[in-house]
Unconditional design. Structure first.
Length: 406
C-alpha cells in the first residue's frame, strides 16, 4: 500500500507541474526526471532497499510512444493552407534525422573503427529525433505560425526517427535491395492500416455500450504490436489512424469513400481524443519518473559522459540552425524547439536490451535529454524577452517617448 500511496502522490505532483508548466516555462519532463532522480537519492541516503525499475521502461516506452504519436496526429488538421508548412516540416524533420545520425556515426567511427557502421548509426539514431511531447506542450505561448511549425515538425520527427531506427535495426546489412524490402513493408502496412482504420471507425460509430473507447485503444495497441512483431512500420498505422480521426469530415466528403461511412459523429471522436490525452499523460509521467529513478548520481555526474552530451546537444542545435537557414525558415524561437525525450530514452533502452549500445550510458542519455530541454527553456525565454523589447520599440513615437494606451 505504501508503493500505491507514493505513486499517487508522485503522479499528482506531475499533474501540478503539467498544469503550471505554461506559467513557469519549464517542461514537465525535466521536473519528472529530477523528481525520480531525487527520490532515488533520498531512498539511498536512508538505506532503504529498492529494486532496479529499468526493466519497466521498454513496455512503458512503447506504450507511451504509441500514445504520444497518436496524440500528436490527433492535433494535425490537414488543409490546403498548411500544404507548404507540411512539406517544410516534413523535409526539416527528415533531413535532421538522417544528417544528424550520419554526423554522429562518423564521429563515433573515428574513435571506434572496429564497430560496424550500421551499429554506429543505430547508436547515433538514438539522439536523432526531437520529442513532440515536450516541444508541443512547451510551444503554447509561441506565435500561431511558429506553434503550428513546432507541432507538425516534432510530430513528424517522432514518427520518422522511430521508423529510421527500426529500419536499421531490422535490416542486418545496408545493401541495395534494402530499399525494395522497405517499400514492400510500407505497402503491406498501408493495406493493413486501411482495413484496420475502417474497422475501428466502424466500431466507434456502432458500439453503444458505456465502455466504448477502452476496447478501441486496446485494439490500436494490438494492431501496432502485431505490426512491430512482423517487422512492419506500425507507426504508419498510428499516423494514418490519428490523421483520419482528426480529418474524417474531409475524408468523408470524397465521393469514392462517402458510402463507406455510416454517420458523422464528431462528439465521439472528441471523447476519444480526450481519453488519449489522459492516458498519454499517465504513461508519460510514469515513464520519466521511472527513468529518473533508474539513474544513479554517479551516472548523472559522470564528467566524460557530460562532455559527450554537451557535444551532442551542440551538434543538434548547430545543425538545426544551419538547416533552418538553408531552408529560409525564419520563425520566432523555433530554433530552440528540438528537445529530446521519450523517443531518445526508448531507443536507448531497445539497444541496451539487444547489447548494441556499448558506448552509451543511462547517465549520458539523461544528460542529453535534460540539456536539450534546458536549451529550449533558456532560448525560449531569451527569444521572448527580445520580442518584447522589439514590441516596446514599435510603440515609441518619433521623439523617442513611449505612447500610453488605456
Amino acid at each position: 500500500m505504501t508503493v500505491v500511496i507514493a505513486l499517487c502522490l508522485l503522479l499528482l505532483i506531475a499533474y501540478l507541474f503539467e498544469f503550471y508548466s505554461e506559467k513557469i516555462n519549464v517542461p514537465t519532463v525535466m521536473i519528472l526526471l529530477l523528481v525520480g532522480f531525487l527520490l532515488r537519492e533520498i531512498i539511498t541516503y536512508f538505506k532503504i532497499p529498492f529494486p532496479d525499475l529499468f526493466f519497466l521502461l521498454p513496455a512503458l516506452g512503447n506504450l507511451g510512444l504509441l500514445l504520444i504519436v497518436l496524440e500528436a496526429t490527433l492535433s494535425i488538421k490537414l488543409n490546403r493552407e498548411h500544404g507548404k508548412l507540411l512539406l517544410q516540416t516534413l523535409g526539416l524533420a527528415l533531413a535532421s534525422i538522417i544528417i544528424l545520425s550520419f554526423l554522429l556515426a562518423l564521429a563515433l567511427r573515428s574513435t571506434h573503427p572496429e564497430v560496424s557502421f550500421r551499429e554506429l548509426l543505430l547508436m547515433a539514431a538514438v539522439f536523432a529525433g526531437s520529442s513532440s511531447a515536450v516541444a508541443i506542450s512547451s510551444s503554447k505561448h509561441l506565435p500561431t505560425a511558429s506553434r503550428n511549425f513546432v507541432v507538425y515538425e516534432s510530430s513528424f520527427s517522432d514518427i520518422l526517427s522511430i521508423m529510421f531506427f527500426n529500419f536499421l535495426l531490422w535490416n542486418q546489412t545496408l545493401g541495395g535491395n534494402i530499399f525494395f524490402i522497405a517499400l514492400s513493408q510500407l505497402i503491406i502496412t498501408v493495406i493493413i492500416s486501411a482495413v484496420s482504420i475502417y474497422f475501428l471507425f466502424f466500431l466507434i460509430q456502432r458500439i453503444e455500450h458505456e465502455i466504448k473507447f477502452i476496447p478501441i485503444i486496446l485494439l490500436v495497441i494490438l494492431i501496432y504490436s502485431v505490426s512491430e512483431i512482423m517487422h512492419l512500420p506500425g507507426l504508419i498505422f498510428i499516423l494514418f489512424f490519428g490523421l483520419f480521426l482528426n480529418n474524417y469530415d474531409r475524408v468523408q466528403s470524397l465521393p469514392w469513400l462517402k458510402k463507406m461511412f455510416i454517420k458523422e459523429n464528431p462528439g465521439e471522436v472528441t471523447r476519444f481524443k480526450d481519453l488519449v490525452v489522459e492516458f498519454t499523460f499517465l504513461i508519460k509521467s510514469i515513464f520519466f519518473l521511472v527513468f529518473g529513478f533508474a539513474v544513479s548520481r554517479r551516472e548523472v555526474l559522470n564528467l566524460p559522459d557530460l562532455f559527450k552530451a554537451l557535444v551532442i546537444v551542440a551538434v543538434i542545435f548547430g545543425l538545426r540552425w544551419l538547416l533552418l537557414k538553408l531552408m529560409r525558415i525564419e520563425l520566432d524561437r523555433v530554433l530552440y524547439f528540438a528537445p529530446r525525450g521519450l523517443i531518445t530514452i526508448l531507443l536507448f533502452v531497445t539497444l541496451q536490451e539487444k547489447g548494441l549500445a556499448p558506448f552509451l550510458s543511462r547517465g549520458m542519455v539523461f544528460q542529453v535529454v535534460f540539456l536539450s530541454c534546458l536549451v529550449m527553456v533558456i532560448g525560449n525565454l531569451a527569444g521572448k524577452k527580445q520580442e518584447e523589447k522589439i514590441e516596446a520599440r514599435t510603440v515609441e513615437n518619433p521623439s523617442g517617448s513611449v505612447e500610453e494606451f488605456e
